[in-house]
Write a protein that binds this ligand. Structure first.
Ligand code: AMP
Ligand code: GLY
Length: 419
């Protein structure tokens, strides 16, 4: 039996494990979550790089799949490759496309990739000079990893003051704010396109849309993502080809020219503007929750793609997906993305769930045989359907079969597209 080790514990990793287990892969996860361990196995290790390596070698793991960006930034891929272990995920140098936004912007500029015009500043003085004459709206981002909290859309002097306070006075982002990007605000509709690549060949998955704000109608704070749907009709085949040719290929070429070929999943966050698709940001890994919407529609097996990409031998032209749509709604702890309490019991009436429903656990743990909430994003529920409206209706019809006190979810996921 083929063996895969998944690193991570969120909804994304749950969806990856679910997909691979459906392909009869023997899945081990670290740290994983109770949902994964219903059918997958716990990798009982410390989590240090050498313990991951020892486990992979001892158990003859065929492929390690890295979920979270921090492991990529810290060089887990490089370390495992040095020990001849196949890894799906880029080297730490290649992951700079996500972990160092000023590098990503410079690379895009060099390769003429459409993105917001920008400047980089490195001090409060430079920042003040730069914003003095700027009209609202504009965007401020810290260059390093910030867990999805490092971007500020500045539409007023209050927004500006908040950004200055958090970045410079409270120093919330520490080293991640050593460089700061100030960029043009792009008007348009957002979409995420995931591309599996061995650095030469690259194949797109379905375009998805992520709902980043905490509350309905895009109110509230930015979160890791409160729901998603796929596919996005406004990213049709023609737009997708344009993204591949004007964005993905030049960026992969640029990474190669810089001596850091990218093998893994390149996540392209896009703004579809009147002038065509432009890049909002890149990530170097599967996105969450989009992965929970995309994988349930994927008809091909995922494992061969990940393995070939990891080995540098990806030789397919496209990935086959079911027609129809999928919608994912995240149930989060009340207070997320701010302070929240842990420990509420999670009750799921599995017997009552419809057949087109998948549950992906994230911030959960077992305590005295009870499933309890232990994180901000607790659980994802995905419905597939022949049409988007069917999937939306189904996901909200089934979510009532999950009860968690002091939790909340958005009621409008997928509905924007129906209007
Ligand atoms: P990021 O951390 O770069 O993904 O930014 C978080 C969110 O801020 C994005 O998903 C967009 O909704 C928004 N955003 C970031 N950059 C821009 C931009 N240049 N123009 C408009 N919206 C942006
Ligand atoms: N859904 C946004 C992310 O994964 O970064």
């Amino acid at each position: 039996m083929t063996k895969v080790m998944i690193i991570g514990s969120g909804g994304r990793e749950s969806a990856l494990a679910w997909k691979l287990i459906n392909e009869d892969i023997d899945v081990f996860a670290y740290p994983g979550n109770p949902g994964i361990f219903v059918t997958g196995k716990y990798a009982d290790i410390s989590g240090h790089f050498d313990s991951i390596k020892d486990f992979a070698l001892d158990r003859n793991i065929d492929l390690v799949v890295i979920g979270p960006e921090q492991y990529l930034a810290d060089g887990l891929t490089d370390y495992l490759r040095e020990h001849n272990i196949d890894v799906f995920g880029p080297s730490s140098q290649a992951a700079r496309i996500e972990t160092d936004k000023s590098y990503a912007k410079e690379l895009m500029q060099r390769k003429n990739v459409p993105t917001a015009d920008y400047t980089v500043v490195e001090s409060r003085d430079q920042f003040d000079n730069e914003i003095e004459e700027r009209d609202y709206p504009y965007v401020v981002k810290v260059s390093g990893l910030a867990g999805g909290k490092g971007a500020y859309i500045i539409k007023s002097s209050e927004d500006q003051e908040r950004a200055v306070k958090e970045i410079f006075k409270e120093k919330r982002f520490r080293d991640a704010a050593g460089r700061i990007i100030i960029e043009e605000f792009m008007e348009g509709t957002e979409a995420s396109l995931f591309v599996i690549t061995d650095s030469v060949n690259a194949v797109p998955m379905l375009p998805a849309q992520d709902y980043k704000r905490a509350l309905d109608n895009d109110r509230g704070l930015n979160t890791g993502g409160m729901g998603s749907y796929a596919p996005c009709d406004f990213v049709d085949k023609q737009v997708r080809n344009r993204i591949m040719n004007t964005i993905i290929k030049p960026v992969l070429d640029g990474l190669k020219e810089d001596g850091s070929p990218f093998r893994g999943l390149l996540y392209c966050g896009l703004m579809i503007t009147g002038e065509g698709p432009k890049v909002v940001e890149f990530n170097a890994r599967f996105g969450d929750p989009e992965t929970q919407s995309i994988l349930p529609l994927m008809k091909d097996n995922l494992y061969p793609l990940l393995k070939q990409a990891a080995a540098g031998t990806l030789d397919i032209e496209s990935i086959s997906f079911a027609t129809g749509a999928a919608v994912t709604v995240i149930i989060a702890s009340k207070g997320y993305p701010g302070q929240y309490r842990k420990g509420e019991e999670i009750k799921i009436d599995y017997g009552a769930l419809d057949e087109n429903i998948e549950i992906f656990q994230a911030g959960t743990m077992l305590e005295n045989n009870k499933l309890i909430a232990s994180g901000g994003r607790i659980i994802g529920i995905t419905a597939t359907g022949k049409e988007l409206n069917e999937a939306v209706e189904s996901v909200y019809g089934n979510i009532a079969k999950i009860t968690i006190n002091n939790s909340f979810y958005r009621k409008d996921i997928g509905k924007r597209a129906l209007r």
